[in-house]
Design a protein around this ligand. Sequence first.
Ligand code: SAH
Ligand code: SF4
Ligand code: F3S
Length: 461
Amino acid sequence: MNEQAYLAAVGAVAHHFGEFPHAVCILTFGCQQNEADSEKLRGMAHEMGYTDVDDPAEADLILLNTCAIREHAEQKVLSYVGRLKEYREKNPALVVGICGCMTAQPHRVKQIRERYPQVSFTLDPASLDRFPETLAAVLEAGKRTFVTGSEKPEITEGLPTARALRHRAWVSIMYGCNNFCSYCIVPYVRGRERSRASAEILAEVSSLVDAGCRDITLLGQNVNSYRGDCDFATLLDRVASLPGDFLLRFMTSHPKDVPDALIEVMAKHPGRIAPQFHLPLQSGSDRILARMNRKYTRKTYLETVEKLRRAIPDIVLSTDLIIGFPGETDEDFAETMQVVRDVRYDMIYSFLYSPRRGTPAATMPDPVPDAVRKARMAELLETQNAISLSLAEKYVGRTLRVLADAPGREPGMLTGRTPGGRLVHFPGDESLVGQFVRVTIDRAEPFALRGTMTPGAPENS
Ligand code: SAH
Ligand code: SF4
Ligand code: F3S
């Protein structure tokens, strides 16, 4: 969409409300890509004169930014949308819009169109820039609108972004996915890989750092498959070489795209590039990895892990695992468990396999019975909890550079992140939020560390 049409639509919505205040409530489901998209939706809503509210009952516009990765994620949204009927009955001027990955699936759009009259529009992730235009059509002509354009190749630069925090930010560097893992809906709902120009990325990071941002995550479905005007290792090197005081992270990485050059760049910038790597394994069995179309083997994956550990000894490793993929036998699962025990991840994110309509795995034979996959999940979590705790215990007594991130739940407490991305709770004043502080770790829990601020020299992990 061209800039003039965009601005005309922004003006039309602002004009519709005139002097009347109008509020938006944006609810985000799903991954960091959706969080980043919500910041753009919010930025556009602000341009149209909306203010933010947390309570949907106070909103003139409710936007749900949805996820389709697992059935449960979609059902959660649909049950929420069901409840919005009441809100609409109480306030007929209320506009409900659904954005995000769910709305890139034709069968879901059809379902929403037919069964949820309280929804005025849907907008798929590739059509974010059409938000003002769509909203203007709904407000001015009362027209229900269903927008899809997920195959659109170009990236719209320059959309306004209303970031939740000053000190921490996502910067999307690529969109979409080309990999078609057999279980995954993402390539269908996010379209093919598109990379931003490196100059745009460098300019965005520089302006964030100038504005006081201290923790920046480069974001992409397969961030290390970035192919703009350079490769990912080169881009990371350039971003890491920018002046300023900030920590650079990136996620999610695909194990097939971790060349030595990338590891070298990480090792070259200690203190700037976080010693952290999220490397989704999905399964430890080569047979299952082939059926998943993951394009690596257990051996090549383990070699990558070894190289990372050799180059960055304190690196914090995490992974994603799918339990109960069709045809997963006890032996296959045992191989996954073996990798988990061998690698000793700091953290794992494990998911029960969920069939996604339209993906090859959805029609594969030999589903794993529910009781079996749940028993496997329980075994995995028990093993992992022990590993996480024993790795966390190694931090006790160490002093780390921690970014104070937010006030804690208990009064007088703060939560922060170590360079490796571990959560830390420590006593401190709210005024420190957004600053790097030194924290000595006193106690370890499986999912968090506890510590106290100290003037000592910090370590970088
Ligand atoms: N692009 C990233 C992650 C994408 S989605 C990658 O390739 O690693 C995040 C995680 O959700 C995946 O790593 C996978 O573990 C999980 N996932 C994706 N599809 C799933 C499905 N159908 N059922 C269960 N888990 C799934
Ligand atoms: Fe999904 Fe695979 Fe693409 Fe990751 S790489 S988003 S799991 S298809
Ligand atoms: Fe979900 Fe879409 Fe992210 S399907 S995991 S919100 S890319």
